[in-house]
Design a protein around this ligand. Structure first.
Ligand SMILES: *Cc1c(COP(=O)(O)O)cnc(C)c1O
Length: 384
């Protein structure tokens, strides 16, 4: 079956007791035991599993071409669970522009438990190879990367990891399984912040881990999920599961709109650089075309000309875009990365960089909004 069909149907059975076609929301924390003490209906306590969470886990695993899905209360809870399969003394390689939540978990929590890490340019195979230590047990990749949308060759990383007997993990939040299937490239685990595109409406936090098959590592992650209780509520699962049904249409629209915005801004006299893997000018456009299937995602990063204040002034002048963090919702967002609280520890981010989460509005309205915001911002420039 194709992605769209799986997305609409996986985990969505007609309810046997009522005939309801839409998935019922099941809030029960506890489930009745059979007379002989068994739990034949499959549930006994909600943190161990409940109908809405199980349905979401199955659907997401199907969409990522895996067999095991493990849901968490947020992307960071999922990331933390994966990292905590490591033991004291183990070492992990992460990208030099890794998501801030991931690096902060490593620096501020796991370092105390004796898990070390190195940051490395994942787009450069020799740098990755050189960074391996005898105790390297995991290699963490984000592709596309944030905010410069760099691309890492997944087959290469999977191969390097296998040869070093390290677990390879891909955070697939930026492009989703609509455009990229890391497990097909031999990657061991995929993680997601379903908060972003999977939920798709900026109204639910969630995280997911997917693996090709059950293994000692997925057992460990499942144990962390069930014992520690950082689980999504049934309603959160219901929202993300509903989001998956429209994921493909939404991602295609996000990507079409993003390409349109990127191409137009590339011609703008006050824009210095546009970072988008769908542009010919992207240094890894060829790899992007090979690795991504059907689209290049919905995020565009731009660097503006002029004073460092111009970028923040553009954020102050948008009318359709919202100046806010996050991405993946229907509404377009603009973020000045260097001054954002979520990027407090990421040094070296250009002051003139803006990240756009291109939403589902009409692209011409989005372009007009950015053009008027740039105009308004540069008009105030000349007076100061
Ligand atoms: C947002 C995000 C996360 C974390 O997700 P939360 O649900 O906010 O904890 C992890 N990875 C990437 C790439 C993200 O963009």
């Amino acid at each position: 079956m194709q992605f769209e069909t799986i997305a609409v149907h996986s985990g969505h059975e007609v309810d046997g007791s009522t005939g309801a076609v839409a998935e019922p929301l099941n809030l029960s924390v506890t489930f009745e035991r059979d007379a002989d003490g068994a739990y034949r209906r499959g549930y006994f306590y909600s943190s161990k599993g409940n109908p809405n969470r199980n349905a979401l886990e199955r659907a997401f695993a199907d969409l990522e071409h895996g067999n095991v899905g493990i849901a968490f209360a947020s992307g960071c809870a999922a990331i933390s669970a994966v990292l905590r399969t490591l033991k004291p003394g183990d070492h992990v390689l992460v990208p030099d522009d890794v998501f801030q939540g991931t690096i902060r978990i490593l620096r501020e929590v796991l370092a105390r438990w004796g898990i070390t890490h190195s940051m490395v340019d994942m787009t450069h195979a020799q740098s990755v190879q050189r960074a391996f230590q005898p105790n390297t047990r995991m290699i963490w990749v984000e592709t596309l990367s944030n905010p410069l949308l760099k691309i890492t060759d997944l087959e290469l990383i999977a191969d390097l990891a296998r040869r070093q007997r390290a677990i390879s993990v891909v955070d697939n939040t930026f492009v989703t399984p609509v455009f990229q299937h890391p497990l097909e490239s031999g990657i061991d685990l995929v993680v997601h912040a379903t908060t972003k595109y999977a939920g798709g409406h900026s109204d639910v936090l969630g995280g997911l881990v997917v693996a090709p098959d059950a293994s000692s590592i997925t057992d460990e992650i499942r144990r962390i999920q069930q014992l520690e209780g950082a689980v999504p509520s049934p309603f959160d699962c219901w929202l993300v599961h509903r989001g998956l049904r429209t994921l493909s249409c939404r991602m295609r629209s996000h990507a079409e709109n993003a390409l349109c915005v990127a191409r137009t801004l590339e011609q703008h006299p006050l824009i210095e650089t546009v970072h988008y893997p769908g542009l010919q000018s992207h240094p890894q456009h060829a790899l992007a075309k090979r690795q991504l299937c059907g689209g290049f995602g919905g995020i565009v990063s731009i660097q503006v000309k002029g004073s460092p204040q111009l970028a923040t002034k553009i954020c102050a002048n948008v009318r359709i875009f919202r100046s806010a963090t996050s991405f993946g919702g229907a509404e377009s967002l603009i973020q000045h990365q260097a001054s954002s609280p979520t990027h407090g520890t990421n040094t070296g981010l250009a002051e003139n960089l803006l990240r756009l989460s291109v939403g589902l509005e009409h692209p011409h309205d989005l372009i007009a909004d950015l053009e008027q915001a740039i105009r308004a911002a540069s008009a105030t420039e000349s007076f100061t």
